[in-house]
Write a protein that binds this ligand. Structure first.
Ligand SMILES: *[C@@H]1O[C@H](CO)[C@@H](O)[C@H](O)[C@H]1NC(C)=O
Length: 257
């Protein structure tokens, strides 16, 4: 989200993984303990193809997200591996609740980047109105998620809405809501074992009233001690932090809309 011009370059590449992997680690995500994950990514994605499930997204949703410009439906693994999988048996889980009043597609991408026009997402699952889906995350995973609604758009290859970002790496696991891509995005609230991050709390926002931002962001209402698990620091001169307090594993709940 910080490098839209790069996204434009990427959109011209067939896959773009190598370039994206080197770029996506710039900026705030450096603070997250993700460094090692991308090295074995290509190898892992080959393996994941063996246990994906293509029934997790409806035909209509598939057609809609491809029309929107998403590269492909997600890997959609259904058993433990090196990418998030649909299931509740992981050390780190996140149950996504659709409270938006309309159907949505949950999209999750990993450390190789958020430009889902060029890079195949790890998860794209249909979550109908009033239902939920539990996703497990491998230890060491770093990435983000966002919903695609009926009116959603990709801007520079990224979902132009509110994002959730996470790194699940004990003891430095952290999760946050980010509004940097679109300050006018729909509501997201992530409830962890100790700490809540939502549209106003432990949230990355744009400075100076901008509606979208690359590096002019700030972490607000997340001072260390402001709630259990909250932490705020700086990395490379920029705000970093979010909701920690996840110990060696955690069951999160994310409310969309
Ligand atoms: C979802 O829940 C709301 C509130 O209970 C209800 O009004 C609505 O009809 C439900 N939608 C569907 C599709 O079941």
């Amino acid at each position: 989200m910080r490098f839209p011009t790069t996204a434009l370059v990427l959109s011209t590449l067939a896959a773009g993984q190598a370039l994206a992997a080197s770029i996506s680690h710039q900026g705030k995500m450096h603070n997250h303990a993700e460094r090692h994950v991308d090295l074995m990514k290509a190898h892992h994605e080959r393996r994941e193809l063996d246990h994906r499930d293509t029934s997790l997204i409806s035909a209509a949703d598939t057609s809609n997200i491809l029309k929107l410009g998403v590269n492909a439906i997600g890997l959609n693994a259904v058993s433990k591996g090196d990418a998030p999988w649909v299931g509740s048996d992981g050390q780190f889980t996140n149950t996504f609740h659709n409270t938006a009043g309309e159907d949505l597609v949950l999209v999750i991408w990993g450390p190789s980047g958020s430009w889902i026009n060029a890079i195949r997402p790890q998860i794209t699952v249909s979550i109908p109105e009033n239902s939920s889906k539990t996703i497990s995350f491998p230890t060491g995973w770093s990435g983000a998620w966002a919903p695609i609604y009926g009116s959603s758009k990709l801007v520079n290859g990224q979902i132009s809405d509110t994002w959730g970002e996470a790194t699940f790496q004990p003891p430095y696991s952290v999760v946050d809501v980010s509004r940097e891509v679109n300050m006018n995005g729909k509501s997201m609230s992530i409830v962890g074992p100790q700490c809540v991050t939502d549209m106003n709390t432990c949230v990355f926002t744009c400075k100076g009233g901008a509606s979208t931002c690359l590096d002019q962001y700030q972490l607000v209402n997340c001072e260390t001690g402001s709630q259990a698990g909250a932490n705020k620091g700086t990395w490379g001169g920029a705000d970093s932090g979010g909701c920690g307090g996840m110990g060696s594993g955690a069951q999160l709940n994310t409310y969309l809309g």
